[in-house]
Design a protein around this ligand. Sequence first.
Ligand code: FEO
Length: 414
Amino acid sequence: MNLTTELRPGVDYVGYVDYNVRDFHSYDTRLGATYNAYLIRDEKIALIDTVKAPFAAQLKRNVASLVDLEKVDYLVCLHAELDHAGSLPAMVEACPNATVVCNAKCKDALAGFFDVSNWKFQILNSGDSLSLGKRSLTLVNVPMVHWPESSVAYMPEEKILFSNDAFGQHIATSERFDDEYDLPKILEEGKSYYANIVAPYGRQVLKTLEAVAPLEIELVAPAHGIIWRSHIPEMFAAYKTWASNKYAPKVLVIYDTMWQSTELMAEEIYAGAVDYGRKLANENPSAPKLDVQLMHARKTTLTRLAAEALDAGAVALGSATLNAWLMPAMASVLAYFQGLKFREKTALAFGSFGWGPGGAEAIQKAIPELKYVPLTETPIKAKQRPTADDLAKCREAGENLAKAAWERYLADQQ
Ligand code: FEO
């Protein structure tokens, strides 16, 4: 059961809280998700965004609990992706007097999904305002946050930014506001959302932050998750850090293994990096701690791997050889990371094999394709079981990887 929530008198949340979604086009929505829509009741009635198509009835119910659907004047569409526009056809049908308001690119994108031939449209350019009576909405285009047609809407009279995908997180909860939920958890999920959805467009996110900086904002109402009202500066600062691609002092060891040989290598690389971190901590106890994580690719979701990889300065990527190639989970990691275009990292390739080349070589070849810098010219390999010599090489590489991550972190602090 979903309830509407008042943001301001006459401005209400009417979206859908989806507790059950676990796969959002491959994003692991372990905490569920929300599709936020907002109803503004002024002299004119406007609905900002809709919800995924399967929940159109719930959206209609929520809107109808506040206003007669025939009285809705505007259906404002900030983004044509179907988690927000999926119920637009149902709302156009249910609200016969409504005009769809969006930018020209959004109209084209909607026409690619739906038969819009009978829809009434009002096209706004970036910076144009839509008067609702005492209040108004100014549309600002934010291309590639997260699609080319994406926009945000600012209501100056109430100091509300309806930010669509920007500043969202995938969290299903009965609470709507940032001071009603655990802030570190919101920021953790916000970072995961950023890393998995918006990271390839970091430069555009920075432009969005610049565009909204002069605005007086008391509420940031995104299209996913928690609404910001008490922690807006912290959220903007976090977004700026993520979009600026700052390195954290962090090393990831990501691997898949068949008969635990590659796992033994991964553990030794991890141990070498941990040792290096301990040395750093002994030398300078007040410095930030080096974060070293050992992550089994088949037991960790791609969503989590990406969230952790966003700000890591160094990664070890390992795979046993399977069919003279990578194990499938590691192939997925490489393909996913390639699309996300994270900032350059120092990368080590490693892995075990039985009788021919395969996994480790494929990773070494992928490192420049990921636009990472290889730690070594050739991968560290072990035939069947790693020998003491192989493991010594792994430990040394782990230390060097940690050193590279630490140096990247320090360089960013200057
Ligand atoms: Fe939440 Fe890009 O859609």
